[in-house]
Design a protein around this ligand. Structure first.
Ligand code: HEM
Length: 119
């Protein structure tokens, strides 16, 4: 069996660093930062780390069905979604994830767009 991306890039520790790197970039964005103002960041980091571990093939389950529920009331625009996807690409590049794997992850994230964007 092929090695998972989770193992290939260093497991939980790397995923956790990727998630933190993503939120450092989000915090610097005028478009995105307001969405996160009243959020429990510790809980968010923990859930996000589980989410990314799961889509990178790690031994952690995250039920993607709860994504709709979590994002429903945030009125997330197309623009905000695209910006998060771009920042995610940047942070994956920062951690030397190869382009083929970045494309795989971005495609998985793009599939979730209907659950996240409110139009
Ligand atoms: C690009 C694709 C995205 C993915 C894969 C994603 C994934 C997630 C995940 C896994 C969580 C944790 C959910 C949980 O508690 O179980 C979360 C929470 C959250 N997301 Fe997203 N998200 C995306 C885009 C966005 C965008 C574009 C925004 C706003 C600009 C956003 C705003 C939030 C906020 C504010 C929370 C915290 C909600 C709360 O805890 O009350 N997300 N997201």
């Amino acid at each position: 069996m092929a090695e998972s991306m989770y193992d290939k890039y260093g497991g939980f520790e790397t995923v956790s660093k990727i998630v933190h790197g993503l939120y450092e970039k989000i915090a610097r964005s005028d478009v995105l930062q307001p969405y996160f103002e009243n959020v429990d960041m510790q809980q968010l980091m923990s859930h996000q780390t589980k989410f990314f571990s799961s889509i990178m093939g790690g031994p952690i389950h995250y039920d993607a069905r709860q994504l709709t529920e979590v994002h429903r009331y945030l009125k997330i625009t197309q623009e905000a979604f695209t910006e998060v996807a771009e920042l995610l690409e940047e942070v994956l590049e920062d951690f030397d994830v190869i382009q083929e794997d970045i494309d795989t992850l971005l495609a998985l994230v793009a599939e979730l767009k209907p659950q996240i964007v409110q139009g």
